[in-house]
Structures are given as C-alpha cells and as structure tokens.
Write a protein that binds this ligand. Structure first.
Ligand SMILES: Cc1cc2nc3c(=O)[nH]c(=O)nc-3n(C[C@H](O)[C@H](O)[C@H](O)COP(=O)(O)OP(=O)(O)OC[C@H]3O[C@@H](n4cnc5c(N)ncnc54)[C@H](O)[C@@H]3O)c2cc1C
Length: 398
C-alpha cells in the first residue's frame, strides 16, 4: 500500500485549497477559527456556496448531483475545509438520510428530497436516540400505528441536534411491538411542522442550545413517507450509521486546533518565557502532535481498506476513538495554556452580540466553553466504550 498522494491527488489538493481561499467568507472563517457560535443562516450560506460549485454532496454519485470524487479526494476536501476554517456541511441531510434514500427510497422520494438536500432547502435532524435507547438503540419505543393512508406517531426522541433549526426529521419508529426488537422498526421521514410535534431545548454545559428533546403526540405522517419496507428499518438504520462514521477522525480539524494551541501557548508567559518553550508543556504538545500524525496514517490506511472492500468497515471505530481522544487532549491543553484568562464565561462574545470579550483576551475567551462542549465528542455517533465493543467483536473476533 502506497500512502503518499498521487500527482493527480496533489493537483486536486491545490485546486480545492485555492477555491477555499477565494470563496470562504472571512466572517465565517473567523467565527469558526475563533470558536464563536454560528447561526443557522451561517451554515446555510456556506452550504449554498459549496452547492453552487457542485461539491455539497462530496460523497454522492454523479447521477444524483455529486462530483464523483474518489475516497482519497473526499478526504483531501474534508481536510482542506477543516484546515481553512470552513463551517461544517451539516451531516444529517447530505451524509445520513441521503444515502438511505438513494439506497432504499422510491423514485418519488429520490426526486423530491435529494435536490432539496443538496441545496440545503431542507434542514434535517436525526431522530434515533430516546430516553433508555441510546447505545441500545433497538430498545426504542416511539410508536407508529397505521391509520388508513397515514401513520400516527407517539413517543419521544432525545439529544436531537439542531432540531430547533430543522424542518424535517428522519425517525426510527416501532411499527410492530410483537416482533423481536430489531425486527419491528421502520424508517419514517417526518415534517417538523406537523401538528403534535414539540421541541424542547436541552442546554449544554457551555450554555449552548445545540440539542433537544422532540415529543410526538398523535402526529399524522403520510404513509408515502415510509422509506423502503415496513419493519425493515433496522437494516436502513445500520446502513446510515456506517455513513455517519465518515470523517469521524477529524484530522483536519485537529491540525487546525493544534495550530491554535501553539499560538495560545506562545502568547502565554511562564517565568518570563513563552509557555511553548517550557519543557513539560512542550513535551505534551509534541506527544499530541505525534499521535495526530499516527492517526493521519491510520485514516489513510482505513480509506484504502474501505475502497478495496467497497463498504464501511468496523476498523473505522478505531478512528472514532483515537480522533475523539486527540480532540479532547487538545482542548485540555488549550485550557491549561490560557489558565485564568479562559475562566470568564462570556456568552455575548460567543454569540457575536459584543465585538470583544469582557476579559479583553478574545483568543482565550471561548476556550472554557469549548472544553465543556467537547465532553460530547466521546459520546455522540456511538460512545467510545461501544466502539471498543465493535473492535473487540468485529475486528479482533473476541
Ligand atoms: C451532543 C450530542 C448530540 C447528539 N445528537 C444526536 C442526534 O442528533 N440524534 C440522535 O438520535 N442521537 C443523538 N445523540 C445521542 C447519542 O447517539 C447517544 O447519546 C449515544 O448513543 C449514547 O447513548 P446514551 O446517551 O443513551 O447513553 P447510554 O447508552 O445510556 O450509555 C451510558 C454509558 O454506558 C456506556 N455503555 C452503554 N452500553 C455499553 C456497552 N454495551 N458496553 C460498554 N459500555 C456501555 C456508554 O459508553 C456510556 O458511557 C447525541 C448525543 C450527544 C451527547
């Protein structure tokens, strides 16, 4: 296996980096790099700039409007975006529900939803987890009962990211309570405007409204919104989770954060010298950097293996574990670097309603909030403990 980029890949890297330099709005870049909060409009604006270039569905096949990139090109693109400080393209539409619609949806669903996802005309959220059905997802209890040409949905989803922005939710619902728990599940597409849906915020440790509870009280959903076959939803759910892991290592993002960490450590003094020259601190940064380089090689190996097998592979769980551990360590070192300057909690500055932080140290002001927000990384997308189970069973055969 040759892990170095081909001449074509290097030319592609140059092309996307130049495009990002020319097209990424400076205000969005500054918010992302400075860890200030982005609005719904910020995300949609960036998505549409990328869509106009034909790159929003980076992993989509050409027939549905994708650019037809190879796995290596997609990785180069993801990394270039993260390094440049581009907002993420929300994954719920493009990377989660779209592949399911492409693989299992009917022609009418493909015609209606896919172009809208590509252009961000719909904002999707993911209705999988419920109270008592997270890692053990198949224990979900939200029920959908058939009533003529509708399903009637009752139950509750939780941890639903950005549900307050969404006009569509894809949901796993129980359509047969008598069957084995994986067998009575269906995959429904539901309009968030439907009467009977209530969205209640869950405020995170950093006081950001990022996740929600979503309640369904006799919500009527047209039967035509069922994807695939009734009671086969578990198969589609697992297919989607395979796609959810794409880019979960977040190498590009960690490289960008490592640069910020070094900058923060240069700007802090210890004994009259830059903190970055302190031997103890410098050795922690160096060890982090080495682990990040090793992760990058692991990502390239996984891409190679995945392309050969033509499907998501269980080894990707290693990327989730190592990638999240590295992101958490970077956040911890940033907090260590800024010390007391990171302590004042400054939501107005984070939201952009005040131009400068109360502490007068704009660089340090978002770091404590970032550290607190990052606790989620080892939980969402399947917790790290659960990823270890996947590795034990499916990779090591234990
Ligand atoms: C910020 C954030 C955003 C999220 N966004 C969404 C979203 O948009 N849509 C959505 O559907 N869900 C979302 N989730 C939910 C997420 O997928 C679940 O939180 C996750 O799957 C864990 O489930 P749980 O919270 O119920 O914890 P539990 O499953 O109750 O786990 C509790 C603890 O036990 C451990 N554990 C559980 N089972 C095992 C096992 N078999 N072996 C070893 N250890 C185990 C877990 O690792 C964890 O430490 C989000 C979560 C967070 C934190």
């Amino acid at each position: 296996m040759d892990l170095s980029y081909s001449t074509q890949d290097l030319a592609f890297k140059e092309q996307v980096s130049t495009w990002l330099q020319e097209n990424l709005p400076a205000d969005l870049r500054d918010k992302v790099i400075g860890h200030r909060r982005l609005s719904r409009d910020d995300y949609v604006r960036w998505h549409r700039i990328v869509a106009a270039q034909g790159w929003a569905g980076a992993s989509w096949p050409v027939e549905h409007g994708g650019p037809g990139w190879t796995a290596v090109q997609r990785h180069i693109w993801d990394e270039a975006c993260a390094l440049a400080g581009a907002p993420i393209i929300m994954p719920f539409g493009v990377n989660m529900v779209a592949p399911v619609i492409m693989a299992f949806g009917n022609e009418a669903q493909k015609r209606h939803y896919l172009p809208r996802i590509l252009n961000c005309d719909d904002w999707w959220c993911q209705g999988y987890s419920e109270p008592n059905a997270g890692s053990d997802l198949a224990a979900l209890r939200t029920k959908a009962e058939r009533d003529g040409d509708h399903y009637v949905v009752n139950g509750q989803k939780t941890w639903t990211t950005w549900a307050q922005h969404a006009n569509m939710i894809f949901c796993l619902v129980r359509t047969d309570s008598g069957a084995r728990k994986q067998e009575g599940i269906s995959f429904l597409l539901i309009s968030m405007d439907s009467p009977g849906i209530t969205v209640r915020p869950i405020i995170m440790l950093d006081e950001e409204h990022e996740v929600n509870e979503v309640f369904f009280d006799n919500v009527r959903v047209p039967a035509e919104n069922l994807v695939g076959t009734e009671n086969q939803g578990w198969t589609y759910a697992k297919y989607l989770l395979g796609h959810e892991r794409t880019n979960i290592a977040a190498v590009g993002r960690s490289k960008r954060e490592l640069l910020l960490l070094k900058k923060l450590a240069v700007n802090q003094k210890k004994g009259g010298k830059d903190l970055l020259t302190d031997p103890v601190f410098a050795s922690k940064v160096a060890s982090l950097e080495i682990d990040l380089m090793a992760l990058e090689v692991l990502v390239q190996k996984t891409i190679d293996l995945q392309s050969k097998r033509g499907a998501p592979i269980p080894e990707a769980s290693m990327l989730k574990i190592k990638g999240s551990e590295i992101q958490l360590r970077i956040g911890e070192l940033m907090l260590e670097a800024v010390g007391p300057y990171g302590a004042p909690f400054d939501p107005e500055y984070l939201e952009g309603t005040r131009a400068h932080s109360v502490s007068d140290n704009d660089e340090a002001a978002p770091i404590a909030a970032l550290y607190l927000n990052q606790r989620k990384i080892a939980i969402y997308g399947g917790s790290n403990e659960v990823q270890k189970n996947v590795i034990a069973k499916q990779v090591l055969g234990l």
